[in-house]
Write a protein that binds this ligand. Structure first.
Ligand code: ZN
Length: 187
């Protein structure tokens, strides 16, 4: 594997996205959500340090060396990209930071995993995807969408998850409460 040192802008963009997400969702309580950091500056320093360690380990076999562009100074970029760009930037930084033996147990690794998880929740289609996917059953027949198997908020009307039309009206559902047999469901 190879590794290179990403730019300060690359690190600052990820840190700015994390800062933006925390501000939106948690009233700015940075330190409660990410490991060993309390500010975007500390996050940038942590992530850049892990990248420097990785490159040094790969090419100089030393835990650290002055190969960077000096200490990183956090500056919020004018444009903070959307979730797809952030996830890919995180994947790149992970690849450049994974050369040390302790990478996957490091706070920097855990923080990148968490930020990627936040970004995944902002991907197009996420908000309207079903939260849980249900087995068909008599109890849920009028609530579970036959297309996406998510729970329909309202029995009538198109599915709020996938837009599928409502199932055609049927007779009263047979079930244990009616003393009837459970219907056989074939797939
Ligand atoms: Zn649906």
């Amino acid at each position: 594997m190879s590794a290179f040192l990403v730019s300060h802008r690359h690190i600052n963009t990820i840190a700015a996205y994390a800062e933006q997400w925390i501000t939106r969702h948690n009233s700015g309580r940075f330190g409660e959500l990410l490991a060993h950091v309390g500010t975007a500056q500390q996050l940038a320093t942590q992530l850049y340090g892990a990248n420097v360690d990785s490159v040094c380990h790969r090419y100089k076999d030393e835990p650290s060396a002055d190969i960077g562009l000096g200490p990183i100074v956090y500056r919020r970029p004018a444009r903070i990209p959307g979730p797809v760009e952030i996830i890919k930037a995180i994947h790149c930084l992970e690849y450049q930071s994974c050369e040390t033996d302790t990478w996957e147990s490091s706070p920097a690794y855990r923080n990148l995993q968490k930020i990627a998880g936040w970004a995944s929740r902002e991907l197009p289609g996420y908000a309207t995807a079903p939260w849980a996917i249900y087995d068909p059953s008599p109890e849920t027949a009028d609530r579970v969408c036959p297309s996406c198997s998510g729970l329909r908020p309202q029995p009538a009307g198109p599915c709020a998850n996938c837009g599928a039309p409502p199932p055609a009206p049927q007779g009263p559902p047979a079930g244990p409460a009616d003393g009837g047999e459970l219907p056989t469901i074939t797939f």
